[in-house]
Design a binder for this molecule. Sequence first.
Ligand code: KG4
Ligand code: ZN
Length: 338
Amino acid sequence: MLILGIETSCDETSVAIVEDGRKVLSNVTSSSIELFENAGGVIPEEAARAQVEYMIPVLNTALSEANLSAMDIDAVAVTKGPGLLGSLLVGTSTARAFCSIWNKPLIGVNHTLGHLSSVWLECEDEPSYPILTLSVSGGHTDLWLRKSHTEGILLGSTKDDAAGEAFDKGAIQLGLPYPGGPSISKTAIDGDATSHKFPLPLANDKSLDFSFSGLKTSLKYLLRDLNIDTPESLTDKQLVDISASYENAICAHLVDRLKRAVSEHDECNEIHIVGGVSANNHLREIVNSTFKDKTVRCPTKIKYCTDNGSMIAAAGYFLFREKGDLAYESFKSGKASD
Ligand code: KG4
Ligand code: ZN
């Protein structure tokens, strides 16, 4: 089954064609991220305008790179939320128009379900349920106990900022460009992660929830105590050491909750980490070394960690496989987004 996946929930315009939820025939992404490098975050109106500009060229390129025409597609899957409203509308309107013109079924996909499905893309062997999945991005931080592609229990989630947001907001304080995850991680490579102590959030909390806002405040107080008024006054050594310590503190909190989840759900032999923050090498290293007796999987390529059309196509395929025609949105009666 060939599914065309469209993802436009934030600043990426991404269209992919995926066969049977795993084989990626094309994955084309344009991003407006460079517009926001010095803004500290995405400006919704500008992101939506860029989506309008990129949408049709990206769609055409995805079809031509796969050597396919619109008629060859079996169904269209599109992110229906959560995300920035203007950006989402560009994707859902395009998907509806495509399905209406070419008479194809439309599958609405929750963005998080897309991330959860991203591990299957170009994965050589078949992951087996039940699976514990840590889904970490700029918009959410969730721990799932998953029983199938479409069934799962949300064990915990963040009470305040998401893990990616903690990176992004930390980067603003350190004078590093948006998005903060890659820029902090790159800066941290030469740093000493033990040079500055950060508290372990929710250390005595027995739930599986997360909290990152305290780390952001600790970073602010650390800079104040070092008499750093503006990021420009940081020495190179301070910048790399603080970046490494802050990155380590975010990862330590994620792994601490994961450890608790694994001890409560030992029946899961697989741990998956998905979402933009799963691109983080330090996080991957700690998770791999902590859970040596489990199968740890991340998306097979970095481009499948951050937002992409392939994961939406994969999720659309699994929704169809497990729910049949019930997966289809009755877009002709106007129900494409909820
Ligand atoms: O999944 P994603 O592309 O979009 C959302 O659904 O939010 O995630 C974007 C987030 C950003 O906060 C970004 O800073 C973070 O993922 N991120 C990273 C890395 N690459 C992206 N965080 C840590 N390390 C990275 N290498
Ligand atoms: Zn995402």
